[in-house]
Ligand binder design. Structure first.
Ligand code: BGP
Length: 484
């Protein structure tokens, strides 16, 4: 079925995305102290040869050049995150003026180029001091400390930042908790903590929503969910039911908190039955319900597939597998919840080299589904293709695979808009190459190539990829003429 886009509405925010620890570098400069990602990525370097977070794309020192390149592409928005340990190095207490200055300079630079900042308060990088002090997100104390941090940042930038997102991808943090949070060794066997951490994040999210409403007149706030629509493997009723169960536990469980202020009944029943439900204290659900969202950020890379899974003692509960090599098929397994669902490969879809299904129609499907259920404006905060790119001797990078991926996803998003979905922004991942959360720097997503390897940060020189010129043209014609 062929579909070609007409122009997007005026004011649509064409953007791109990054996160602090994945792009900034300067991990220990100008007063910044370690975040848990600095520590986790040191381990990733030792154990797997992936780059550390010390330099990444060195955006901290190149940000003016990067913003100029973003402006050259015609970006109307830039979604990035603030590193808590840059502005409050010990997590609580003394504020680091140099850290705040960096974000002031960045935001001023963006605004000088008419680029709207979309700020994420938290993107996996809890100050390491809080892990050492009380185990990080495992402890409820983190909620109070997050509140103080969020109040500082929102107050500091409220005159310049309208769009705020709270916590990046709670859904993915539950799935890949030891890579997204530093979990002390002795706790790693206790899967209830995944959902306890998430509960603490729900409280922090609600507090941040309330703070934006209190401090930023006209501001808009919401979470950013890592979202995969889930298809049944077959049309068998049992597989369809399994896909619904997977949706409830992996997607609905977060969306219902953000928009209805409650946990999804079916998911909660499953968690309670298995001793995995979070401990909820008096007042928690009232706080969560008070922190209403004005919008939702969505990170979409791939759809997923589920099938029925018997609960007959032959299967063990497990969470997601991961492909660490970039060789198709090297995925270490699939999430399994006996009696509820089991994730599996969709035989109908091609994947990238890391086994992520490529599915533009999945974006239309999820946008329409979320819009139908919750009716709030949406923004794509991440979407993109991780690939091995090659820098040619003449400084060019030919990435037709990325152009194809993005074109079809943008077209799918526009078709959802034609059917009534209100979209604020499209911020693909990533503005420039950066450190992948799971695969080092060789897995690239950017419009701008950053010349470095996992072992050697070199000078991080920037080069425009073919997708850079392509995206500039897409923005110039306001999205018209793209084909699904
Ligand atoms: C999302 C994260 C990003 C980003 C992206 C790609 O889950 O919000 O931080 O990295 O996924 O994932 P990866 O880096 O593992 O390829």
């Amino acid at each position: 079925m062929s579909y070609t886009t007409t122009a997007f509405p005026d004011g649509f925010l064409w953007g791109a995305s990054t996160s602090a620890y994945q792009v900034e570098g300067a991990a220990y400069e100008d007063g910044k102290k370690a975040s848990q990602q600095d520590i986790i990525n040191q381990n990733n370097y030792r154990e797997r040869g992936f780059a550390t977070a010390e330099v990444t794309s060195d955006h901290y020192h190149h940000f003016r050049e990067d913003v100029a390149l973003m402006a050259e592409m015609g970006l109307k928005a830039y979604r990035f995150s603030i590193a808590w340990s840059r502005v409050i190095p010990d997590g609580t207490g003394a504020v680091n003026p140099a850290g705040l200055k960096f974000y002031h300079d960045l935001i001023d630079e963006l605004l000088a180029h008419d680029i709207e900042p979309i700020v994420t308060l938290y993107h996996y990088d809890l100050p390491w001091a809080l892990v050492e002090r009380y185990g990080g997100w495992i402890s409820r104390q983190v909620v109070d400390d997050f509140e103080a941090y969020a109040r500082l940042i929102i107050t500091e930038f409220r005159d310049q930042v309208k769009y705020w997102t709270t916590i990046n991808e709670q859904s993915i943090i539950v799935q890949y908790w030891t890579q997204k949070c530093y979990i002390p060794e002795e706790y790693r066997g206790d899967n209830q903590l995944r959902y306890q951490i998430n509960h603490h994040m729900n409280l922090a999210h609600a507090i941040a929503c309330n703070l934006v409403h209190e401090l930023v007149p006209g501001g808009m706030v919401g979470s950013v969910i890592g979202y995969s629509p889930i298809y049944p493997l077959t049309a068998r009723a049992e597989d369809v039911m399994a896909a619904q169960n997977a949706h409830d536990l992996r997607n609905g469980y977060y969306l219902d908190i953000y928009f209805k202020g409650k946990y999804t009944d079916s998911a909660m029943a499953y968690l309670e039955r298995h001793g995995l439900a979070p401990k909820i204290e008096p007042g928690d659900m009232e706080l969560i319900a008070s922190g209403t969202s004005d919008m939702l950020g969505i990170n979409y890379y791939a759809s997923e597939c589920a099938k029925a899974c018997p609960d007959d003692g032959t299967r063990e509960m497990r969470w997601n597998g991961v492909n660490l090599t970039g060789k198709k098929g090297d995925i270490s397994g699939f999430e399994t919840h006996p009696g509820f669902y089991e994730m599996c490969k969709n035989p109908l879809l091609d994947t990238n080299d890391w086994d992520w299904a490529i599915d533009p129609v999945g974006l239309e499907y999820l946008l329409r589904d979320i819009w139908m259920r919750y009716g709030k404006p949406l923004m794509v905060c991440e979407n993109g293709l991780g690939a091995f790119d090659t820098l040619e001797a003449d400084g060019t990078v030919h990435d037709p695979y990325r152009i194809d991926y993005l074109e079809r996803h943008i077209a799918a998003m526009k078709r959802a808009m034609d059917y009534g979905v209100q979209m604020l922004a499209y911020c693909p991942w990533s503005a420039l190459d950066l450190l992948s959360t799971s695969n080092g720097v060789k897995k690239r997503y950017g419009f701008i190539y950053v010349d470095r390897t996992d072992d050697d940060p070199r000078a991080c020189r920037r080069y425009r990829k073919d997708s850079f010129a392509w995206y500039r043209d897409v923005i110039a014609r306001n999205g018209a003429g793209l084909t699904l």
